[in-house]
Design a protein around this ligand. Structure first.
Ligand SMILES: Cc1cc2nc3c(=O)[nH]c(=O)nc-3n(C[C@H](O)[C@H](O)[C@H](O)COP(=O)(O)OP(=O)(O)OC[C@H]3O[C@@H](n4cnc5c(N)ncnc54)[C@H](O)[C@@H]3O)c2cc1C
Length: 299
């Protein structure tokens, strides 16, 4: 990471929220469900699919998880009413995973059941390493309870991911493959850029060879090109994969993927709890230091 970006990353918690919000607004649809719906409609019109995400994580009390659950059920309803091509992404800790695993599971199951009734799909995002086992356990319970309209996320930076993927593809799990965003210890995660890329492509190969559906979630040209080569080599149709990108990131590259005839889904976050997500996105932006400095000094 360039030195100036490192410096801004260190002082980011002390920068006023209004400035962070100003710089990060491209990553967020807005604060209301109607903002998410508007952005999803717009992307659908351009031939892209969507996944909507009600922002929020690490919820600390049970009453709050009830509100989150209702919010996510409203997204599913809205997708149906507006005939959107969108599924939903959720974070286990926003549904109570860290308060009480049973509560988290009950909330998630209610959402998956409603999605199933409406003919929709729910992606269970992967959070930091303290939640990996519990998240995969919840997924397996859902499958054992008969639900097929859900899938998980695998992070290529985790050492454990190869064994997780090998187990998951045995029952045809729908997997989103990403690099991983949390700051994990080198004892459990790869830290070097190229090591993570290599692992990403080797996991992708395992998934594609097993015939599981995969969401190729990356903005990295090296990985996009590597994935395209594999897709071509195996002669895969669009029923096997889709590309996925985050709202506000690499829009030109996004358009070329769609113009090349691939399916692509955009992750659309919205909601009041935008701060934690926005700072993670900002830290990944190679021009972050410049944007933040400009927002502070050139108003
Ligand atoms: C659809 C989707 C869902 C995801 N879900 C999860 C999840 O559940 N769990 C999880 O841990 N992680 C998740 N991630 C995040 C992911 O793990 C990475 O942190 C993120 O995608 C950046 O990795 P990259 O592969 O794009 O490579 P990078 O090397 O980070 O990015 C490649 C290039 O893209 C551009 N770029 C990347 N990010 C930005 C940005 N914020 N602003 C401007 N330019 C940028 C830069 O030009 C950069 O050089 C998800 C990512 C996507 C796309």
């Amino acid at each position: 990471m360039p030195i100036l970006n490192q410096l801004i990353t260190t002082v980011l918690p002390f920068i006023p929220k209004t400035i962070v919000g100003q710089v990060a607004k491209r990553y967020i649809a807005g604060v209301r469900l109607s903002d998410g719906v508007r952005v999803a409609k717009n992307l659908n019109e351009k031939g892209m699919m969507a996944t909507m995400d009600l922002l929020g994580e690490d919820v600390k009390n049970a009453n709050e998880t009830e509100q989150v659950k209702k919010g996510i059920l409203s997204i599913l309803q809205s997708v149906k009413e507006n005939k959107l091509n969108s599924n939903v992404s959720i974070k286990p800790t926003q549904l109570g995973l860290k308060i009480d695993k049973e509560l988290g599971y009950r909330n998630l199951k209610t959402i998956i059941k409603e999605a199933d009734r409406l003919g929709n799909f729910v992606r269970i995002d992967m959070e930091d390493a303290t939640t990996t086992d519990d998240t995969l356990t919840m997924y397996r319970r859902l499958r054992a309870d008969g639900f097929k309209n859900t899938g998980v996320v695998i992070q290529a930076y985790m050492h454990r991911s190869e064994s997780d993927v090998c187990a998951l593809v045995k029952d045809g799990t729908n997997i989103r493959l990403c690099k991983g965003i949390y700051n994990e210890s080198p004892s459990i995660a790869y830290k070097e850029r190229q090591e993570i890329r290599n692992n990403y492509l080797s996991l992708l190969k395992i998934i594609l060879e097993a015939g599981s559906y995969v969401g190729i979630a990356t903005h990295d040209d090296y990985l996009i090109d590597g994935a395209c080569e594999m897709i071509q080599k195996y002669g895969l149709g669009k029923e096997h994969y889709e590309f996925q990108m985050l709202l506000g990131v690499r829009e030109k590259r996004r358009d070329t993927i769609v113009n090349d005839g691939h399916h692509l889904r955009v992750y659309i976050p919205f909601g009041e709890q935008w701060y934690a997500y926005s700072t993670r996105r900002l830290k990944e932006n190679p021009h972050m230091a410049w944007y933040v400095t400009k927002a502070i000094f050139i108003r």
